[in-house]
Design a protein around this ligand. Structure first.
Ligand SMILES: Cc1cc2nc3c(=O)[nH]c(=O)nc-3n(C[C@H](O)[C@H](O)[C@H](O)COP(=O)(O)O)c2cc1C
Length: 185
């Protein structure tokens, strides 16, 4: 079998979407998954889907049953990353809802005991974020949003990261573990 790959999902969160995309574009053996909102939002932040497709396979949310999630059952993916994750997607995942491509990926990764690394957009009661065209704005996540982040962190096979630096460190460490496992097999 081919070496397992990394599945990375982006949702429609403008918060740190540029930093997440810029980092994942430096990685090899990644498949990118986009929620419907992410597909719209990445364009607003100046990214071109055609150019991203030249670097990696991109799966869009077009089917009701999310067929690519079957790949988790074949050992095709060693890790699932969801970064950035909107309040909406986190809330659904916390409730166990799997009614979109990205929420299905999270659910099926868990059911296949594949580790997930999640970077939720709601990590503090007050945050500065970047709107399209680079404008800096303040955002004040509600109690329910912050509770969602906390609850998701208690799910099995799930690690929450709270900054871009933590995300990069966590993904890099996981890739090193996977590479080491491959070398000793
Ligand atoms: C420019 C732009 C930026 C957005 N940024 C955020 C964000 O940082 N966090 C968030 O929770 N939602 C944000 N949203 C709203 C989500 O895209 C919206 O809730 C969407 O339904 C989420 O769908 P998804 O979770 O399936 O990606 C943003 C929307 C737009 C248009």
């Amino acid at each position: 079998m081919n070496k397992p790959r990394l599945a990375w999902a982006i949702t429609g969160s403008g918060h740190y979407i540029e930093e997440c995309l810029n980092f994942l574009l430096t990685l090899d053996a990644v498949d990118l998954y986009l929620s419907q909102a992410a597909e719209e939002v990445i364009k607003m932040y100046g990214f071109n889907l055609t150019e991203i497709r030249e670097k990696m396979p991109v799966y869009r949310d077009k089917a009701a049953s999310s067929p690519p999630v079957g790949l988790f059952y074949t050992g095709y993916y060693h890790t699932f990353v969801m970064a950035p994750a909107t309040s909406n997607t986190v809330a659904k995942c916390v409730l166990g809802i799997a009614d979109s491509l990205v929420t299905n990926l999270y659910s099926q990764a868990g059911k296949c005991r594949v580790p997930s690394i999640v970077y939720p957009c709601d990590i503090a009661p007050e945050m500065e974020t970047t709107a399209p065209k680079g404008k800096r704005v303040m955002v004040y996540p509600r109690q329910i949003d912050l509770e969602g982040t906390e609850k998701l962190g208690m799910f099995e096979y799930t690690s929450i990261v709270k900054s871009v630096d933590e995300l990069i460190a966590s993904v890099t460490a996981r890739l090193a573990v996977v590479a080491n496992e491959g070398a000793t097999e």
